[in-house]
Write a protein that binds this ligand. Structure first.
Ligand SMILES: *Cc1c(COP(=O)(O)O)cnc(C)c1O
Length: 379
């Protein structure tokens, strides 16, 4: 099933007849909201997919980041290390706790947090008398971080890691599934992620106490009494049972969706590999991406036309593409924030473009897109 316009979207969700049936039978069951049998089943199915014991289904990945950081004890005025190359929600969640995002640059293989720079940033902040509350590691575009190095460096400095795996469900690293690292992992089921509940998220963790606290906060911190008793401020962050039913059905298709998206990225790579000064981002040595989005890079030393000219040319053909995330240290909302930069993220931003990557993109469409890209960079 797809939209009836002829536009090729960046990351159109794959929706099947079984998704439709899952939602209608959840409706027919009478379990609309807030809880119901699909919610607990969705949690346990995501947990077994990731091989992590506890999961809490929430209204968004952003909500999971917020409550995850809260549980880790992030205090007002604390610094939280965030990669500068990410979607803004990673940094916004830090500010919900009145903590301060500190932006650290990424390494060139995966465009994820550089472990070495994270170590330097923690040491530098501590020398300046600051408290470092947590590190949030992002698996950008579904590519795993180098967790062997990153977890080591954070453990040796006793700083907890929260994994923002919002883009990474279905990806795998040498150490395990993406989403299973750090004190907790955050998954997003937003509309254009690899699987979707239209909007939703999950926090997954090995820590039963963390799962229980997050579930409690997410349901308005309601105590177990017949009346509404509250000892703490709560949040309305729980996922609804209907969306969990959709999530269960979507999860059933994730392995196929990952294979399709990896196949799409391989096809772009095959068709564009002959073009000098143009590369398709590949997996790092330590893991395999879910290929949520295929990203190309254009070398400005070889082509005077870059991502913007390609994006405009594709748009004229009714094809959606998107600049990579604009680094957080360049965002007006964070203009007063400190950072530790090497220039990798800024260079990536000036050269990168995300191409249509949804499981429904056909080889014929990829051929059309690649032809448009080649003519656009030639100018
Ligand atoms: C999508 C995304 C989020 C937020 O998830 P929502 O479910 O949209 O709230 C957080 N971090 C990253 C890296 C994302 O891509």
């Amino acid at each position: 099933m797809s939209r009836s316009d002829n536009r090729i979207y960046l990351s159109a969700p794959s929706v099947s007849e079984s998704d439709v049936n899952a939602v209608t039978s959840a409706l027919r069951s009478g379990w609309l909201a807030p809880v119901g049998p699909d919610l607990a089943s969705f949690e346990s199915e995501v947990c077994s997919f990731l091989d992590v014991p506890y999961g809490v289904a929430l209204s968004s990945g952003t909500a999971a980041l917020h409550l995850g950081l809260k549980y880790l004890g992030v205090q007002p005025g604390d610094y939280v290390i965030v990669p500068t190359l990410t979607f803004a929600a990673t940094a916004f969640a830090v500010t919900y706790l009145e903590a301060i995002p500190f932006f650290v640059d990424v390494e060139a293989h995966s465009w994820n947090l550089s472990a070495e720079l994270v170590g330097q940033a923690i040491d530098q902040l501590r020398r300046d008398g600051k408290r470092v509350g947590a590190v949030v590691a992002v698996d950008l575009y579904g590519t795993p971080c180098d967790y062997r190095s990153l977890l080591d460096i954070c453990a040796s400095r006793d700083v907890p890691v929260l994994e923002d795996a919002a883009e990474g469900l279905g990806a795998i690293s040498e150490l395990g599934m993406v989403g299973s690292f750090g004190r907790a992992g955050v998954i997003s089921f937003n509309g254009n992620k690899i699987i979707t509940t239209s909007g939703g998220g999950m926090l997954v963790t090995n820590d039963v106490e963390m799962a229980n606290r997050v579930r409690y906060w997410a349901t308005q911190s309601r105590e177990a009494h017949p009346w509404y008793e509250h000892l703490e401020v709560g949040y309305n962050y729980r996922m609804s049972n209907i969306l969990a039913a959709l999530g269960r059905s979507q999860l059933g298709g994730i392995s196929d969706e990952v294979l399709r998206r990896r196949g799409i990225r391989a096809e772009y790579h095959a068709q564009l590999s002959g073009v000098l000064g143009l590369g398709v981002l590949q997996d790092p040595p330590w893991g395999k991406s879910n290929a949520w989005l295929t990203v190309i890079q254009i070398d400005p030393a070889i082509h005077c036309n870059g991502p913007d000219q390609i994006r405009t040319a594709l748009e004229s053909a009714n094809i959606e593409s998107r600049p990579i995330w604009k680094p957080m240290h360049t965002q007006p909302v964070f203009s007063s924030h400190d950072s530790l930069l090497t220039g990798v993220a800024a260079t990536a931003y000036s050269r990168g473009l995300c191409l249509p990557s949804g499981g429904g993109v056909s080889n014929a469409e990829i051929t059309r897109i690649c032809a448009l890209i080649e003519s656009a960079i030639e100018g």
